[in-house]
Write a protein that binds this ligand. Sequence first.
Ligand SMILES: Nc1ncnc2c1ncn2[C@@H]1O[C@H](COP(=O)(O)OP(=O)(O)OP(=O)(O)O)[C@@H](O)[C@H]1O
Ligand SMILES: [Mg+2]
Length: 292
Amino acid sequence: MKIEIKNLTKIYPRGKKKALNGVNIEIGQGIFGLIGRNGAGKTTLMRIVATIMDATDGEIFFDGKELKANKDEFRSSLGYLPQSTKLMPRMNIVEFLDYVCILKGIKNKAERKERIASVIETVGLVGEEKKRLGKYSGGMLRRAGIAQALIGDPKVLIIDEPTTGLDPEERLYFLNLLSKIAMERTIIFSTHITADIEHLCNNICVLEQGEVKYLGEKAEFINRINGKLYEHTGSQYEEEQLRKDTIVTSVAYVDGRPRVRYVAEAPLFDGSVPVAPTLEDSYIYALGGVKR
Ligand SMILES: Nc1ncnc2c1ncn2[C@@H]1O[C@H](COP(=O)(O)OP(=O)(O)OP(=O)(O)O)[C@@H](O)[C@H]1O
Ligand SMILES: [Mg+2]
């Protein structure tokens, strides 16, 4: 499914500034990565696309159809996993998914049973059916959330920061799961961890203070600073100079000396070596450099 977001603006009733300010994004099939700092507007954007909340201005189209005028049709092909989900702690996964099916209007009991078994298998919770959700680990809960979002076999999945708080193993499992279910679906997922989208998404959007800082291919995004990124291990004085005169994408202290990665047309100091940019470098560059 193709989703077009046009000139989307959101001002919260008691918000001081625009949470979204004239955002334009086109999203096609595959996994689309929405990345940005805390407060960038990721959740706001996702809630509006998920029809949970109205925008102040702007329009959204899915396959050419206006979203608000066709809400029911869109919702029937949508799965949404909010940033913070409180699943029913006293239910087990089967009871919970049965409840979700009923809310979705799936009346046939045999059909519910079949769907539930199928999504439990997809998200790898086979054998955990009897445990109450209140006893699930963070990673298992996230999988249960995906199971809930998948139950209606949606064409569009919106997943808000699914990897936050997961241990490395669970995080990798979850990312693999996403790539598995991405076939023939449109998945929009948000994160502030560049590594999450490193292997998963071809197309990304960088949001900052409600505005699109970058939209397009991930490879192109990384390439923007290709040939302009240097690494310099030197003195504190040099670090200060680099912070002043270039855009610094990272500072690490190695044996007490700062190792600075910076973007410049030419190296500033002898001893600076050109390095290949990572997604993280490009991301920090797009946000204007590292903070102190
Ligand atoms: N209900 C609300 N009322 C007023 N302002 C809000 C509300 N929800 C969010 N905001 C503000 O809107 C801006 C965008 O917030 P949003 O939650 O969309 O960011 P985010 O990118 O999802 O951040 P995070 O990574 O922390 O989840 C922030 O400045 C936030 O303070
Ligand atoms: Mg958020």
